[in-house]
Ligand binder design. Sequence first.
Ligand SMILES: Nc1ncnc2c1ncn2[C@@H]1O[C@H](COP(=O)(O)OP(=O)(O)OP(=O)(O)O)[C@@H](O)[C@H]1O
Ligand SMILES: [Mg+2]
Length: 518
Amino acid sequence: MAEKLIELKEITKQFPGVLANDRVSLDIEKGEIHAIIGENGAGKSTLMKILYGLYQPTSGEIYFKGKPVSIKTPLDAIKLGIGMVHQHFMLVPSFTVAENIVLGVEPRKNRFMMDYRKAVSITEELSKTYGLKVDPNAKVESLSVGIQQRIEILKVLNKGADIIILDEPTAVLTPQETEELFKVIRKLVEELGKTVIIITHKLQEVLALSDRVSVMRQGRLVGTLKTKDATEQILAEMMVGREVLFEELNRIEVPREEVLTVKGIKARDNRGLMALKGVSFSLYSGEILGIAGVEGNGQSELVEVLTGLRQAEEGSVMIKGVEATNKEPMEIRNLGVSHIPEDRLATGLSKKATITENMILGYHNREPYATKGIHMNKKPIRERVSRLIKEFDVRTPSQDVTADKLSGGNMQKMVIAREFSFDSSILIVAQPTRGVDIGAIEFIHKEIIKKRNEGAAILLVSADLDEIFRLSDRIITIYEGEITGEFKRREISKKEIGLYMTGKRKGMRQGGVQDEEI
Ligand SMILES: Nc1ncnc2c1ncn2[C@@H]1O[C@H](COP(=O)(O)OP(=O)(O)OP(=O)(O)O)[C@@H](O)[C@H]1O
Ligand SMILES: [Mg+2]
């Protein structure tokens, strides 16, 4: 029998109006990789925050190596060797890597001064021990999310963690970065004797990585099983309490009209490097155009240029025949463009505003929600928001709580519900299902197809190739700021697309032409 390192016994957590954990009993064995899965709002993050001392359970006990312990703060958790990397990163962007890694446990020259050189050598040492490459002097804000996550992990290891909790670490990673992370996790466990608890929505990852898996649903533990006894089907059913079928999506032919014309766009990224080196394509009504690419090849910058969040240095954007290059976000929105931003939590919502305020945004000054653009009409606003909450299954105790009370995935669903509710003829959708559970993925995919069938033009940016293939009518590949190919979905395989995503080029047809029927 493996040693039980941690035993959670009958843990209950009651938030106002929400029973987030309902008598959850779970044990973690030494040296295992234990996956925790469940729908958005099932209580996964809450349970782990209790173990990490961020929340106190309403009732229940925690045993550590067979003895009851009280974990009142993260400091108590760290003393026991428990560390956590959160769902939303908590690094200081303007600090260097070394400064972030030693944050809270800074080596000091004296009472007032941190010993920066020491911080750098600590970072180098850690980096070597764990085989996680980082540049100690780089500013965090200039680094990719994959590297930022590596820093979060090093930070936890620097505090002496033996048990590492990772809350949805792969939600923001590319497939390549995910591979890297898994190698690191395996090394931590197999060579360095660590124990890892990982929360994820991706069942394939659970099967590929974990030794055991626990499934949560509506605050309860449905069960724990050995991964070798699990299949995607079994896990999906345990998660949602019913069979999850990814049916073929129904497409109908819709009249096509060019609604977005992008010509020769050049733009720089945040570091001032050329991120888009002359991108041209057209988008038509009634189609989903997927942009496939390894993250960091200009897709984010492209979306920002199209939505008015980034300046293009050259080239032009026409929206339904109207010149829209470098226009303000509000002007672009008024041309009928909706935008689901990739970083919804940073740019899509306000955490301190209520669900109602967040969800009426963009409509707040229109009839019937406002009279003369100023006076807010409570009743229609509440009715609209309550309908959206129901339709998109945003799990919240009420529409009056602030957005920070929602689980990560439910925050995402809130933004998606709002953007889909606009009557927009063009939707720019970035990573629509990142961080949402499989039931919600199915729902969001159906909504996207519905919009398409109603005649909307949809530009879909996704790092998830399965998603690109499932939804797109046409696919373009992007590599290092240039379009490397354009394909009808049915004329190319995933494997082949992968080649174009990494630099292979196709003789482009002129201006991204939409020739025969798809
Ligand atoms: N600080 C809080 N105050 C009030 N309610 C909260 C708070 N944090 C979480 N909740 C509620 O507790 C429930 C469980 O949330 P939790 O964040 O644990 O879900 P999760 O399983 O991690 O979901 P996701 O997959 O979306 O991240 C949700 O209904 C959420 O709205
Ligand atoms: Mg969570």
